[in-house]
Design a protein around this ligand. Structure first.
Ligand SMILES: Nc1ncnc2c1ncn2[C@@H]1O[C@H](COP(=O)(O)OP(=O)(O)OP(=O)(O)O)[C@@H](O)[C@H]1O
Ligand SMILES: [Mg+2]
Length: 245
């Protein structure tokens, strides 16, 4: 991208530049510069209230920034609407899973507006339900699923649109340990197929199992970015983490 300064790199799938969001007097995100490369699997950690979910809401257009810019594949997507961002190839899941409870699992999978015909859509639905071990509950209502199965359904639904980047907000929260390893494997497999993933998570065993790089946030800013080992060894990070939780 000729004419752009050093912080923008056309190799980056996603970058935020001076991103800010205030809620009244609270600066939830306070000048955040982060970036993700195609195919990367990056963790986003930080104490409660450090601005992780707000960052995801800004990237996906659920909130509009007070200041700063967001770009996807070098194109400005600041202030785009959620459906536009998802059409451009960014999928997300929520900290509290939000499947349509009264719809069945299969019906939930039909919600995304895919650009293929009904046959190909059904094929994609069943492939994903099998892959994420939801085929045996396909006709169940979504509100009958376990916490972990709801997370898997959200992930499966996001995959219907074949995103190039997926943002996961605490995929392990409320998931029983038996299903946890499966979810970790699923996320790894999806990433290995080339999809970039940014995962917010408090469970450090999940972060260490998954992430090649970890971004640490505190008070709306990036404190550090490095491998899990580097981040874990950093005194400032440990202080920020322990100070806030
Ligand atoms: N819609 C909102 N209105 C007002 N304040 C908000 C809103 N959303 C978030 N905040 C505030 O912004 C700050 C950052 O919140 P955010 O949810 O982004 O944190 P988080 O890092 O995701 O925390 P957690 O780990 O607990 O999920 C907090 O002080 C929070 O209270
Ligand atoms: Mg959060």
């Amino acid at each position: 991208m000729a004419g752009h300064t050093s912080s923008t790199n056309e190799n980056q799938i996603l970058s935020t530049d001076g991103l800010k969001k205030s809620f009244g007097g609270v600066m939830a995100v306070d000048g955040l510069d982060i970036s993700i490369e195609p195919g990367e699997l990056v963790g986003l950690i930080g104490p409660n209230g450090s601005g992780k979910t707000t960052t995801l809401n800004l990237i996906t257009g659920f909130l509009s920034p007070s200041d700063g810019e967001i770009s996807l594949d070098g194109k400005d997507i600041t202030n785009k609407k959620p459906y536009e961002v998802s059409t451009l190839g960014v999928g997300r899941t929520f900290q509290i899973s939000k499947p349509f409870g009264r719809l069945t699992v299969v019906e939930n999978m039909m919600v995304p507006n895919v650009s293929v015909g009904p046959e190909e859509r059904d094929e994609r639905i069943w492939e994903l339900l099998e892959e994420l071990h939801l085929d045996h509950v396909a006709e169940n209502r979504a509100d009958e699923l376990s916490g972990g199965q709801k997370k898997l359904l959200e992930l499966a639904r996001v995959l219907m649109l074949e995103p190039e980047l997926i943002l996961l907000d605490e995929p392990a929260a409320g998931v029983n340990p038996a299903l946890m390893d499966e979810i970790i494997d699923d996320i790894k497999r999806i990433n290995n197929r080339g999809t970039a993933i940014l995962v917010i998570e408090h469970d450090m065993s999940v972060i260490s199992a998954l992430c090649e790089r970890v971004i640490v946030m505190n008070a709306g800013r990036q404190v550090m970015s490095g491998t899990f080992e580097e981040v874990q060894a950093d005194d400032q990070v440990r202080e920020a983490y322990l100070g806030g939780t």
